[in-house]
Design a protein around this ligand. Structure first.
Ligand SMILES: NC(=O)C1=CN([C@@H]2O[C@H](COP(=O)(O)OP(=O)(O)OC[C@H]3O[C@@H](n4cnc5c(N)ncnc54)[C@H](O)[C@@H]3O)[C@@H](O)[C@H]2O)[C@@H](O)CC1
Length: 493
């Protein structure tokens, strides 16, 4: 993938970028580089393959026609089935291709059936970011046929039949083996189930200034070096009092493990002193955590000297909203999770609040249903940030962070992290970073990436059977990985 941070573009962003490129006289060049990148990837991954290129009427089809020209120029066996061209550059590239004598025919069901029999690889340039769902029946019949052929598919920009902006895919959307991503990631390539259609993502460099894509990005995906540059740096004289005092507030009879996991997350992410406050009796599983039992959390904590950061809600049950209201009035950096995530907090949260909902909790906070969240995670994260005027981590595979400075998509992680306690651990990690002085957006982005990286490391041993404890044990290694990714010119602390 390209130098980072990677832009995430919606269909509207791509259209705006294309208009900019057109004004600058660069659109033709961009299509040329797109097609060349596709041809190069096809040759690299499928050497000697007989290639069937499917070209639609728009610029996505134009990219395919350019790819066909490059493959032909390199002596490869390339044939084209195309719909009538509507985009001016697609028409121009069709003429160039015909002039070279590349076999090109009109795309139809019989033509496709014949061509599939003598192909080893399909290059999909039918529909890109210009696709407006649903897939028309005639086209759906063709994509279903390609899927049924079992041949590998290399899609250009996005697989045909997925809406670039959402996580939804048409039933007959192409199932790509590879997708060559142009100009920037699209939400559909990041979030399932649509992302399951994309296969492995490859980078297609348009060779235009990165500013063209960056200007129209709806979100970015940050690299580890950028995140590491914001992690706290300690001097040798650090002590437990300067490394951040964190309170974990949670637990309830029956859910006493959740706040303890959060405490371990805070410990492994560097917090100096961690106290777990609960109205339940908590078992002393980790002796480094200080456990305090209270008859009434809000009353008992009110007059105590406040910590550097709070994480609140895990396993707290029906008392969570009352306790969260009280904690927000302390005006210290506060992570709210689980039972504390209630719509009544509108107008109560402050700028140093971090909300960490999963999609079900996000739906509750926005007064909608879970599918509305999972269909458009970027939109949901932004809506939460706007409504609660704080930093929001919408958990998922991948998670999204929405801060006042914009949206980022968290890299990495592992599907084995889909197990109970994982969110509690993450809340503790973010609180530890808040307690060490990071801003709410920085602590959330760095914490989410540390947690994801620790999950990747733990999965090497435990695979899908990951526990939050396994991931906690890898947080130190994950931190070291991020620090190693730091750019050389940055002083290593
Ligand atoms: N800045 C960029 O990112 C660049 C993007 N390029 C390509 O341009 C593509 C976007 O091109 P376009 O905006 O022309 O759009 P597309 O080529 O994705 O599709 C447009 C065509 O699809 C048809 N169509 C839309 N919905 C349909 C449906 N439901 N059933 C059947 N037909 C449907 C439209 O009538 C139109 O003719 C990108 O995906 C990418 O491949 C490259 O050419 C170079 C630069």
């Amino acid at each position: 993938m390209p130098p980072h941070p990677e832009p995430v573009l919606t269909a509207g962003g791509v259209r705006a970028m294309d208009a900019d490129l057109d004004r600058a006289g660069l659109l033709d060049l961009a299509m040329e580089h797109a097609g060349r990148a596709v041809a190069d990837h096809a040759r690299a991954h499928f050497p000697g393959a007989r290639v069937l290129l499917l070209a639609g009427s728009g610029a996505n089809g134009g990219d395919a026609l350019v790819a066909a020209r490059h493959l032909h120029a390199l002596g490869e066996d390339a044939r084209v089935l195309a719909l009538p061209a509507r985009h001016p550059l697609t028409r121009a590239n069709r003429r160039r291709l015909t002039a070279l004598g590349v076999p090109t025919a009109r795309l139809s069901a019989p033509a496709l059936a014949g061509a599939l029999r003598r192909a080893d690889l399909i290059i999909d340039g039918l529909l890109g970011t210009g696709f407006v769902p649903p897939l028309q029946p005639a086209l759906a019949a063709l994509t279903a046929r390609v899927n049924a052929s079992g041949l590998p598919v290399l899609s250009i920009d996005v697989p045909t039949g997925v809406n670039a902006d959402t996580a939804e895919a048409d039933d007959d959307a192409l199932r790509a083996t590879y997708t060559v991503v142009l100009a920037g990631l699209k939400p559909t390539l990041l979030f399932g189930p649509a992302a399951h259609h994309a296969g492995t993502l490859l980078h297609g460099d348009l060779r235009v200034p990165p500013a063209f894509a960056a200007r129209h990005a709806v979100a970015t995906r940050e690299d580890d070096a950028a995140l590491a540059a914001r992690l706290p740096v300690r001097f040798a004289d650090a002590h437990k009092g300067t490394a951040g005092r964190v309170w974990v507030v949670g637990g309830h009879p029956g859910t006493t493990g959740a706040p303890l996991i959060a405490g371990v997350g805070a410990l492994r992410a560097g917090a100096g002193l961690i106290t777990v406050h609960s109205e339940a009796d908590l078992p002393l599983l980790t002796p480094e955590l200080m456990l305090r039992r209270h008859a009434d959390l809000t009353r008992d904590l009110q007059d105590q000297a406040k910590p550097d950061a709070v994480v609140l809600g895990m396993g707290l049950g029906s008392r969570a909203l009352t306790v969260a209201r009280a904690a927000l009035a302390w005006d210290v950096p506060t992570v709210l999770d689980a039972d504390a995530l209630q719509p009544e907090l509108t107008g109560v949260t402050h700028a140093r609040t971090v909300l960490t909902p999963h999609p079900g909790e996000a739906a509750r906070l926005l007064g909608t249903d879970t599918p509305a969240i999972t269909r458009d995670p970027l939109g949901a994260a932004r809506a939460l940030q706007e409504r609660y005027a704080c930093t929001v981590l919408l958990k998922g595979g991948p998670s999204v962070v929405a801060g006042p400075d914009g949206l980022t998509v968290v890299r990495g992680g592992h599907p084995g992290m889909a197990s109970g306690g994982m969110g509690d651990l993450l809340g503790g990690v973010i609180a530890a970073l808040l307690g060490q002085g990071l801003s709410a957006p920085d602590a959330t982005r760095a914490g989410a990436r540390l947690h994801a990286r620790a999950g990747e490391r733990a999965a090497v041993t435990h695979g899908y059977g990951l526990s939050a404890t396994d991931v906690a044990a890898e947080l130190g290694g994950a931190w070291a990985d991020l620090m190693t990714a730091r750019p050389a010119e940055f002083p290593v602390g």
